[in-house]
Design a binder for this molecule. Structure first.
Ligand SMILES: Cc1ncc(COP(=O)(O)O)c(C=O)c1O
Length: 409
């Protein structure tokens, strides 16, 4: 009799998916070049500068500004767009904490709004409804690589004179109407943290089409300096957010194989989109026809517990036991202790005046997605089509045998 892995049966997968992050001798070679050159510092080295040029070319912009991580990139983008004390910044309630925390870090006020049910990205209607005379910017997050509705958001931001920042931490290689994400708003923010589609362990980059904004971001990221001027002149209040040459070297190697990896991920994600949607209770993230390429950091499905016949948590643990790698969905931002605990640690914010009552905020769609989604990790998308068929078989098997699970409904 067929048995689930979690109940002692043979798992669908007994061999692991491709390891992530991926690397080969290209990384090794470039790191050794940095080592031997003794130029480990980006200010004097060549690797970060070359990566900035290539990542800018990838987007059709001037050089990117490569920095420490994808949290600092958000802060730098906000600073580069003159967002500061008391300004309101509209952010989606379903994202990683950094999107909202960056707003607090520049002493501005995050205003949380709901997301669209199909894609999980910020809802333009909710954005427009949240605009006040104090609103200065909107941050769109391209969830699991699916771009937010950048047509509607751009129109709203233009109409109200707001800056539009794209948090592209999940969206390397995504495009909207054939235009790369990161270039659709005023500034694009990337993360190269370990789980991302390109990684230097840590790292981040800001993209800005407008050279004045790019110059400001660069200056803030480099102790308020201006390129080409005396090292000890500081024109603005900035910090040291510089990337190291080690990261620059690794990211150059990662970028060189990105296109080929992207094709593999896209093919596997298409197969999953077609097949998983046929399984009762499984609803893959929807795909807007204007999303012309999806970077696919992770792969997101929503589990309708009643239709599936088991709780989301039971499905998650059963899939893990079948050898399928999953991560937890983000909790909603308004439920994080940072925001709900009256004694919460908001170091640079003197009072909560003007802030939403986070604990009692009703943003039902983001809450539903946080409660109902499963996130398959990037490595699951990096195998062959046979590997992807194993993912499909595993979900089919768990659904077929849902009644044998403890939390079968
Ligand atoms: C949507 C989003 N924004 C920002 C970040 C922050 O990036 P980093 O971890 O590089 O600081 C992440 C990282 O996980 C993210 O997922």
């Amino acid at each position: 009799m067929e048995k689930l892995g979690i109940n002692g049966g043979t798992p669908v997968r007994t061999t692991p998916f491709p390891l992530w992050p991926d690397f080969d001798d290209t990384e090794r070679q470039l790191i050794l070049e940095v080592l031997d050159s003794r130029q480990w510092w980006a200010t004097q080295g060549t690797k970060v500068k070359e990566f900035e040029r290539q990542w800018g070319d990838f987007h059709g912009t001037g050089p990117a500004i490569a920095v420490t991580n994808g949290s600092h990139t958000l802060e730098l983008a906000l600073l580069g767009l003159d967002v500061g004390a008391g300004d309101e910044v509209i952010v989606p309630n379903w994202t990683f904490v950094a999107t909202a925390a960056a707003v607090l870090m520049v002493n501005a006020v995050p205003v949380l709004v709901d997301v669209e049910f199909g894609t999980g990205c910020i809802d333009p209607v909710a954005v427009e409804a949240a605009i006040t005379p104090r609103t200065r910017a909107v941050i769109a997050v391209h969830i699991a690589g699916h771009p937010a509705d950048m047509d509607a958001l751009s129109t709203i931001c233009k109409k109200h004179g707001l800056a539009l920042i794209e948090d592209c931490a999940h969206a390397h290689g995504s495009s909207w109407n054939n235009q790369p994400v990161g270039t659709l708003g005023d500034a694009g923010s990337y993360s190269f943290q370990a789980s991302k589609l390109m990684t230097g362990g840590e790292g981040g980059a800001v993209i800005a089409k407008n050279p004045d904004i790019a110059a400001k971001v660069r200056s803030f990221s480099d102790c308020g300096r201006r390129p080409g001027e005396w090292f000890y002149s500081h024109y603005a209040l900035g910090g040291n957010y510089r990337m190291t040459e080690w990261q620059g070297a690794i990211l150059l190697a990662q970028l060189s194989r990105f296109g080929a990896q992207q094709t593999i991920r896209a093919n596997n994600a298409n197969l999953l989109n077609e097949e998983l949607a046929l399984i009762p209770g499984v609803h893959p993230q929807s795909r807007d026809s204007r999303c012309t390429s999806q970077g696919n950091y992770c792969y997101v499905v929503r589990v309708d517990e009643k239709e599936f016949g088991a709780s989301r948590e039971a499905v998650r643990t059963a899939l893990l036991a079948e050898g399928i790698s999953l991560t937890m969905a983000y909790p909603t931002i308004n439920t994080l202790d940072l925001f709900t605990d009256p004694a919460g640690f908001l170091p640079r914010v003197r009072s909560r005046e003007g802030m939403q009552d986070f604990a009692n905020l009703a943003l039902p769609i983001s809450q539903r997605l946080a409660d109902e989604t499963l996130w398959f990790t990037t490595s699951v998308l990096m195998g062959s089509s046979d590997d992807t068929r194993d993912v499909i078989s595993a979900v089919q098997k768990v659904q077929r045998l849902a009644h044998t699970l403890d939390s079968g409904l």
